[in-house]
Design a protein around this ligand. Structure first.
Ligand code: SF4
Ligand code: SF4
Length: 287
């Protein structure tokens, strides 16, 4: 596998607003995500733990799914396992001023950790770099599914996937029962989600709401639906206390942003919004 990522970041940005015929690949099949995110990055339990330990839990957000045969909360029937709502934990995508594929700067939902000026990942060399990102697009190649690289190629040209042979080692590759408690989690106390699910469906989750899911993921046991109660409560306290550069930058981006797809200021404004708050720098493509 070999990818050509310079000037792309197609798997880190929701670039549907730039596409004449946007992909809907995450919303096919019987379970539809409650959120509207594109290229959601599902974290492993270990990844979630690393973000929590690094004080970055305020960068995380859940994904729940609608499922007619699931459990109902706030009038929404949710996909569930053993009667409890199932979820992923992933990375938040605030609107940022970015110009992927040589586009003019545009407000687009962008991974909290993508540097808008270089279109490189700020945590590429850190403990927190998610398995899913390290492996991408390896899972798709193993499963014979279309990759984001190919979707970008189809719209903007360039050879984004010079070598599409599946890689041999994929750390975060978990399917079916293997994923339970490792990448697919269950929320232990559905009553505690009253009001939360309605806010999730309205894209109005609060920091407190998001912290609940981070805590449940970290307190999960691999291969089971068990969630350790004491671990949940201590992780919840840690997640609630997160007040990182990334959480503060997200709040400012959300306040400043115009409509998704509309012209944006020079991405260099990120130096003040992100770098000056302590975001790790990226080397640029000449490095
Ligand atoms: S979509 Fe493919 S080529 Fe583009 S940044 Fe992601 S991995 Fe790289
Ligand atoms: S963590 Fe880095 S590689 Fe992964 S989606 Fe975010 S910016 Fe992209």
């Amino acid at each position: 596998m070999e990818v050509n990522c310079e000037g792309c970041a197609g798997c880190c940005i929701d670039w549907r607003a730039l596409a004449p015929d946007p992909s809907d690949h995450e919303r096919r099949g019987p379970r539809e995500p409650l959120d509207d995110a594109y290229n959601f990055v599902p974290l492993t339990r270990g990844d979630a733990r690393d973000f929590l330990d690094a004080g970055l839990a305020d960068a995380l957000t859940p994904r729940l799914w609608r499922d007619e045969s699931g459990v109902e909360t706030d009038g929404v029937s949710l996909a569930a396992i053993d009667g409890r709502p199932a979820f992923f934990v992933g990375l938040r995508k605030p609107p940022k001023p970015v110009g992927p594929f040589d586009a003019d700067p545009t407000w687009l939902p962008t991974c909290a950790f993508l540097d808008p000026t270089t279109l490189q990942c700020r945590i590429h060399d850190e403990e927190t770099y998610p398995d899913e990102c390290a492996d991408y697009p390896g899972h798709n190649l193993v499963l014979g599914q279309e990759t984001e690289c190919e979707r970008v190629e189809a719209v903007f040209g360039d050879d984004r996937l010079p070598d599409g042979d599946p890689p041999e080692d994929l750390d975060g590759f978990l399917l079916g029962p293997q994923a339970l408690g490792e990448k697919v989690f269950v929320f232990p106390d559905p009553e505690r989600l009253t009001g939360v699910v309605a806010r999730a469906a309205a894209d109005e989750l609060t920091d407190e709401d998001r912290a609940l899911f981070v805590a449940a993921a970290v307190a999960s046991a691999p291969g089971t639906t068990t969630v350790n109660r004491d671990r949940f409560e201590s992780a919840l306290s840690e997640a609630r206390a997160a007040d990182s550069w990334v959480g503060r930058a997200i709040a400012e981006w959300e306040e400043r942003a115009a409509e998704v797809g509309s012209p944006a200021p020079d991405p260099a404004v990120a130096r003040r919004v992100e770098d000056e708050r302590g975001a790790p720098e990226t080397p640029g493509w000449d490095a």
